[in-house]
Design a protein around this ligand. Structure first.
Ligand SMILES: Cc1cc2nc3c(=O)[nH]c(=O)nc-3n(C[C@H](O)[C@H](O)[C@H](O)COP(=O)(O)OP(=O)(O)OC[C@H]3O[C@@H](n4cnc5c(N)ncnc54)[C@H](O)[C@@H]3O)c2cc1C
Length: 466
């Protein structure tokens, strides 16, 4: 890709738009924005900018487009696929200072926000309304980063992914136009669905500068269930049975025996070294919650559950989910001499046992240490590969490739929630076939100079360091 270098004149033009405090070429700032939470190699931008309003974002894009300089949007850098690493340098466009709630429309169950607000911060500020924004990817990801990656998480099984919880966005295009996509109406049938074209586009088609999100009432009754099984297969069959029972869990997670051990040792959570299913149920009435729990107990018993615990105690429930949310950090901390490569395949729920069975077979055949944790209720699994050197990394890549191919063959996808970023670009041709050419055409129309987050999604643009 042929881009122009960032010059002092270009930096001065940026400063004219953003003010001196909104532009930094300092090494420390460039290093802070050089890598996300993935295993991919860091790469520094030449300049980092901090807009505070939409028009500044649009102006930065117009200047960069005219000068043929790449621009990589940045939420808070919690991505797990190198999505926000500025691999071609240029401008790193941080949305961190655009972190305000613009308007709460409580009577419509909606909120309009700037993109840099963290979803946890948003929910804290919304607490007084009794409403919340349900997608929850664990980390305090920004709403813009969540929409750009179509992030999901533990509550997706009940409330949907980010794409299901957004109604309207304002987007800055590469040529400096600011457009509105979608509307605040929950029913929308007007023209092409541009809203969902930008959702999941990972900052390669435009920059989200504002979003109106759907909210739901905070449930009054909640319970958590922890059920341990003698085998991974029994745990997975239980997940499928719970999904098929009509019980509508709010979370349905598979945690392998190794993760249970790590969570027990690091967080003191009462777990045994067995494959375990974590569940959560929400209900308006206590009686329906109790009826649901006894139905779940019956399913688990039929599947040969070893231990079953349910609780409505908020402290215990929070402790359990806190540990689940921190399982990635806990795993990384427990292996100080290793790096981690994480996969993110997803399949239709009926194929989940076949997928997990295949992973178990490969693990055995390749004699490799891998861990597994996943949003099982959505048919999504993260197989995690620790590696110490290039040899182990190449082995992990080879096993991962087999898993991705099998998931796609089972009617699934290479990525359920982390996005394509750098690492999954290699599978886009296999997964999408001729549709990938249509994506290239759309990219060329909206970003003809390919300045927006180059090096992501499209295999021919990717630089493969790790
Ligand atoms: C411990 C841990 C647990 C996680 N668990 C989950 C999980 O359960 N489910 C899940 O889905 N993810 C999970 N993630 C991944 C991560 O939180 C999500 O990918 C999240 O969407 C990233 O948001 P961010 O604000 O950090 O964005 P970044 O990582 O900064 O950016 C992500 C992408 O969005 C683009 N982008 C950012 N802001 C904008 C904008 N305003 N307009 C256009 N493009 C933009 C970037 O260019 C990049 O392509 C986890 C991460 C960690 C570290």
């Amino acid at each position: 890709m042929n881009f122009m270098a960032v010059t002092p004149e270009f930096v001065a033009r940026l400063a004219a738009v953003l003010g001196d405090g909104g532009v930094s070429t300092a090494q420390s700032e460039r290093e802070l924005h050089a890598r996300d939470q993935s295993h991919h190699a860091a790469h520094m931008a030449d300049v980092v900018v901090f807009p505070t309003e939409a028009q500044q974002v649009a102006d930065v894009l117009r200047l960069a487009n005219e000068a043929r300089i790449p621009v990589t949007p940045w939420g808070v850098g919690t991505g797990l696929e190198g999505n926000s690493i500025p691999v071609y340098g240029g401008v790193l466009l941080s949305l961190e200072r655009m972190n305000r709630i613009v308007a709460v429309h409580a009577e419509d169950f909606q909120v309009t926000v700037q993109p840099g607000i963290g979803h946890k911060d948003l929910n804290q500020q919304l607490a007084r309304t009794g409403l919340f924004f349900p997608p929850d990817p664990g980390a305090n990801a920004s709403v813009g980063g969540m929409l750009a990656n179509n992030a999901a998480g533990i509550r997706t099984v009940r409330y949907g992914a980010s794409k299901d919880n957004v109604l309207r966005m304002q987007v800055a295009l590469a040529d400096g136009r600011l457009i509105q996509v979608g509307s605040r109406s929950v029913k929308q049938s007007s023209g092409y669905d541009l809203l969902h074209l930008f959702v999941g586009s990972e900052g390669t088609l435009g920059v989200i500068t504002e979003a109106t999100l759907k909210l739901v009432p905070v449930p009054t009754n909640m319970s958590a269930v922890v059920a341990a099984f003698p085998s991974v297969q029994a745990a997975v069959e239980t997940v499928v049975a719970v999904r098929g029972s009509g019980l509508d869990p709010a979370a349905l997670e598979l945690v392998d025996a190794a993760h249970c051990k790590m969570l027990r040792e690091a967080e003191g959570v009462d777990l045994s070294d067995h494959p375990t299913v974590f569940m959560e149920f929400h209900a308006a009435q206590e009686s329906s919650l109790e009826a649901g729990l006894s139905a779940v107990r019956e399913i688990c018993d039929e599947m040969g559950v070893i231990s079953f615990r349910s609780t409505t105690d908020p402290t215990e429930r929070k402790k359990l989910w806190h540990a689940r949310h921190h399982s990635y950090e806990i795993m990384v901390r427990s292996h100080p001499d290793r790096r981690f490569f994480i996969n993110d395949v997803a399949v239709p729920i009926s194929s989940y046992p076949a997928l997990i069975g295949y992973v178990e077979e490969l693990k055995h055949e390749h004699q490799m240490t891998t861990y597994m944790i996943g949003h099982a209720g959505d048919g999504n699994i993260h197989v995690e590969f620790p590696y110490a050197d290039d040899f182990e990394y190449q082995r992990a890549l080879a096993m991962n490739k087999l898993i991705v191919i099998r998931a796609i063959e089972l009617g699934g996808t290479a990525t359920g929630e982390h996005g394509v970023g750098i690492g999954k670009a290699a599978y886009m041709e296999f997964e999408h076939g001729a549709a990938l050419d249509v994506m290239r055409t759309i990219k060329a129309v909206l970003d003809p100079n390919a300045i927006l987050n180059p090096g992501k999604i499209f295999p021919e643009t990717v630089r493969t360091e790790h």
